[in-house]
Write a protein that binds this ligand. Structure first.
Ligand SMILES: Nc1ncnc2c1ncn2[C@@H]1O[C@H](COP(=O)(O)OP(=O)(O)O)[C@@H](O)[C@H]1O
Ligand SMILES: [Mg+2]
Length: 339
């Protein structure tokens, strides 16, 4: 498990103090995958460097598997570092070494016996799907394959936690998906706890149990992924969500709606469709819902459906409809009202 309590990190620069991380609290329970999302400069890399002990936090504590790491004596530091695997956007492979040696060399440097190291190299090359490519050099591999080597290298130390700093940011969408599938597989099969940072909402969508949104060094919103995708409160969270599904209805489209009525967004959690409910409001209230947009977002732990509809008719009738929909467990938001 990974736990950060009130972690802050500031840097002294020529132009004064930069507070890169401010009072951050994170708790990734063993076996979970948590994601920190934020724009460039939000403080994500600094935060993760405080977790992997490359930076010492200015304030606060970092725990890995229950052990407080920021005050460890030097001799324990190496052992704890081995318990933390790390992957990066730029892969950080040795260009002049083969796939095999890129994994083998760090293992030998850490003092592992040759026979044991050979076993591990073979095991993790197999797990990441690179069997047969042992003798290739990084320049002969695609971006996705290079990241697989980096993942095998991180896993070969047999860490209990894996940290990822934008590991898929240099990859095309299809390769990103295949690397995310690999991270899910190692999380499930090896039980590795993962903390990743990203600026891409689809990464969070696909593999995270819990999300933290970071801005100006602070966590401005956090929660189970399904909650953030259902009820994003902070404007920055909403902007990130707009990259997955456009939540706003354009002014042009609204201007075209001339019939009196209400434009509402319905959010369904767990059920793949809202159609039966729309049929039943027609039956019960003679409402005439006109669907303006609809989409379904598949998350790691569930499905969120969004439908934006125009309901014709006057406000008091529509109020009854909205109440009914809410009673049925649908999240209802009024987007605009046309007189
Ligand atoms: N070693 C450093 N010295 C001074 N400022 C730094 C240092 N590392 C990061 N920063 C500053 O901290 C802020 C957060 O940077 P970073 O953690 O790299 O953000 P992100 O990874 O979210 O893009 C930026 O303003 C950056 O300039
Ligand atoms: Mg960064």
């Amino acid at each position: 498990m990974i736990k950060l309590t009130n972690v802050s990190k500031s840097f002294q620069t020529k132009n004064g103090v930069v507070e890169a991380v401010k009072n951050v609290n994170i708790h990734v329970k063993a076996g979970e995958i948590h994601g920190v999302i934020g724009y460039s400069g939000a403080g994500k890399s600094t935060l993760i460097r405080c977790v992997n002990l490359l930076e010492n936090p200015s304030e606060g504590n970092v725990y890995i598997d229950g052990e407080e790491t920021t005050h460890l004596p030097l001799k324990d530091l190496r052992h704890t570092r081995q318990n933390i695997g790390m992957i990066f956007q730029g892969f950080n492979l040795l260009k002049t070494a083969t796939v095999y040696d890129n994994i083998m060399i760090p293992l030998r440097l850490s003092g592992l016996r040759k026979s044991e190291a050979e076993k591990r190299v073979r095991k993790y090359i197999e797990i990441v799907g690179l069997a047969g490519r042992e003798d290739s050099y990084p320049s002969q591999l695609s971006g996705g394959q290079k990241q697989r080597v980096a993942i095998a290298r991180a896993l070969s130390q047999e860490p209990s936690v894996l940290l990822s700093d934008e590991a898929t940011s240099a990859l095309d969408p299809e390769t990103t998906d295949s690397i995310l599938d690999l991270l899910l597989k190692i999380n499930e099969e090896l039980g590795i706890t993962i903390l990743l940072i990203t600026h891409e909402m689809n990464v969070v969508q696909k593999i995270c149990d819990h999300v933290y949104v970071m801005e100006d060094g602070e966590i401005i919103e956090q929660g189970p992924t399904i909650d953030l995708f259902t009820k994003p409160e902070n404007p920055t969270t909403q902007m990130f969500l707009n990259t997955i599904s456009q939540r706003k209805i354009s002014d042009e489209l609204l201007a075209e709606l001339t019939d009196a009525g209400t434009v509402i967004r319905l959010t369904f959690v767990g059920s793949a469709t809202g159609e039966p409910l729309l049929a039943s409001i027609t039956e019960k209230f003679s409402a005439r819902p006109n669907i303006l947009s609809a989409n379904i977002i598949e998350l790691k732990n569930g499905i969120v459906g969004n439908i934006v509809v125009h309901l014709d008719g006057n406000r008091s009738k529509n109020t009854d409809v909205l109440q009914y929909l809410q009673q049925e467990g649908v999240l209802v938001e009024e987007l605009s009202h046309i007189q």
